[in-house]
Design a binder for this molecule. Sequence first.
Ligand SMILES: Cc1cc2nc3c(=O)[nH]c(=O)nc-3n(C[C@H](O)[C@H](O)[C@H](O)COP(=O)(O)O)c2cc1C
Length: 241
Amino acid sequence: MTHSWRGHRADGTRRGHRRRVTSDGSTTVGPGRSADRAAERVDLVPAELGPGIYPLLNSIVLPRPIAWVSTRSHDGHDNVAPHSYFTVASVAPPVVCFTSVGEKDTLRNIRETGEFVVNVTSRSLLQQVNGSSTNFPPERSEFDDVGLTRQPSELVTPSRVAESPVAIECRLAGERSFGASTVVFGEVLHIAVSPEVMRDGEVRPELLDPIARLGGSLYSALGDLIEVDRIRFSDWEAGQR
Ligand SMILES: Cc1cc2nc3c(=O)[nH]c(=O)nc-3n(C[C@H](O)[C@H](O)[C@H](O)COP(=O)(O)O)c2cc1C
């Protein structure tokens, strides 16, 4: 398969050639290309990509942590679904956010009750995380179909996923829609951590062993841990670079 995109310069003007990207990832460039190969880019224009922007963003913005969001509908149906458009939005007050692409059971339940729990997804839970993304009807609980244990939350009505090592209990703090996508903000009311992922009072990444979402059906685990200390300006000026 070969894709072809119109070439643009960084200043927005168009080049007189088309760049071709082949399925093995190599690129070839048509006539008129300059010698500055290192400065060349394949320019992708969202308006021209249409729905192709979705898999493209998923394959670029990665690895993405997964919020395994548990909710309860107003009539008592428990729901769990993974959302990898997820991050910390604010520290004080503590707020996390995730994005629902379209209106799904999760978003509907949160709008009904104003509460949700973000459960952290360890590697050992991957098959259940994936199973819970199946589009079950609203009255069928992923807890039961996927084989997850309901654990009462401390401050909110939706259950935690007992198998997950960390539960972040949230109260709806607002939402913001862009087209069919809705960013849901949740004020963090309570965090429950399994001692199994803690050492010396800290949550250790290698014990948490989170699974992350890449593009398509790919996932990744942590890989190598790399420690780099930040440099204060005074140390920078003193030559520590
Ligand atoms: C790992 C993973 C990450 C996902 N991330 C998102 C996401 O960020 N936003 C979204 O709308 N759907 C996402 N999905 C798809 C939803 O989980 C899926 O549509 C699910 O059926 C929604 O369930 P619900 O209707 O019970 O809320 C993801 C699926 C998987 C497997």
